[in-house]
Design a protein around this ligand. Sequence first.
Ligand code: SAJ
Length: 413
Amino acid sequence: MTQSVCIVGLGYIGLPTAAVIARSGASVLGVDIRPAVVDTINAGNIHIEEANLDSLVREMVQAGALRAATAPEPSDVFILAVPTPFTDGHAPDITYVLEATRSIAPALRRGSLVIVESTCPVGTTEAVRDVLRDARPDLVFPDGSGNAADVCVAYCPERVLPGKILDELVSNDRSIGGLSPACAARAVAFYRGFVAGECIATTARAAEMCKLVENSFRDVNIAFANELSVVCDTLDLDVWEVIRLANRHPRVNILQPGPGVGGHCIAVDPWFIVHSDPANARLIKTAREVNDGKAHYSFARAAALADANPDAAIACLGLAFKANIDDLRESPALEIAVELARKYGSRVRVVEPHVAALPKDFDGTGAMLATLDQALADCGMLVVLVDHNEFKTVPAEARAGKAIYDTRGIWRG
Ligand code: SAJ
């Protein structure tokens, strides 16, 4: 019998996951509280930008393997893929996960498998189980004693890279943590239906921590590169040249500096570890501060260049949090461009080929969205904030004679 799968949250993770599972032969219902998103998907279209996702979603919707709705329906498998933001004090906010949990509770049946994919602080899968147990006293849930449960509950973090999501959903290994060994085994069997990478069973708590550790590892390593970039500025050295040379050592592999770290993952998840043990997560916290500080530093350097070139219009190249995507969440490029727009108003042109209009943050500043060609023609100052392909290929003649601050090192030499 065709397996039915209900995925709650149709964002950057939920929608591609829904499409890939539909392609594996399951009958998939995607759930989102935003009616416009549901309508878009049911029409065979998508509301986010991700390589090759549009054609896969269209194909799956047309084949009847994928449909969307605003509420869950009884299913064999439920996947929660909703956001976990943090509060002002950097404390994790799992409200959306718990709301999504409550929304699936009435649709659970004996034999259902519930999987949390959202990035979560350690202990969240147990909290999800507790919410389900309260809502469904007619069903038995795993209690940690190895009891015979009616419903399996597991945690399996996504680890896909935006821009390569469809490939990595299939090829990456997965850490799959159950609230019992039986839950883990059941979830492993489910993921093996569409994952070519290895599916490794563990506990829910270890899988929750594993996800946070992966992104913290990257954040710490990017912080090292960003700290080096500031030190190299002090010493009047080209940091990209220094890193290129150091990386010739067989055991050195330094990442690339930039204007800071963005996105809803690496700029957020390390705080979940810090919050769980502030006294000991010192390096992780410092890395966050170094990366956030790099955005302030980049703004200050751009502002100094703007002040030294008072007649130049200023082109901010890129708003996205990284190259060749449309995602502006936690983007240092957006933060820097907005600050420049607030300070220099109509001198500022913003070039972001992946958005159709300037975000609201620019309202009232006087800054304008421009094409790359317009900005190159009009602006005497260029600030590279994102290494989009379009920017990398700007010829040297088009940049000649302009004041340039290149936070990504794309125009070296
Ligand atoms: N960045 C640098 N220098 C680098 C690499 C990245 O400044 O050398 C910056 C980017 O410009 C961006 C930020 O870091 O602002 C994050 O970009 P990213 O490409 O490192 O990662 P994300 O946020 O797109 O995806 C990460 C991935 N995690 C890891 O590589 C450990 C991905 O596998 C996760 O699935 C994703 O977070 C997630 O959803 O958690």
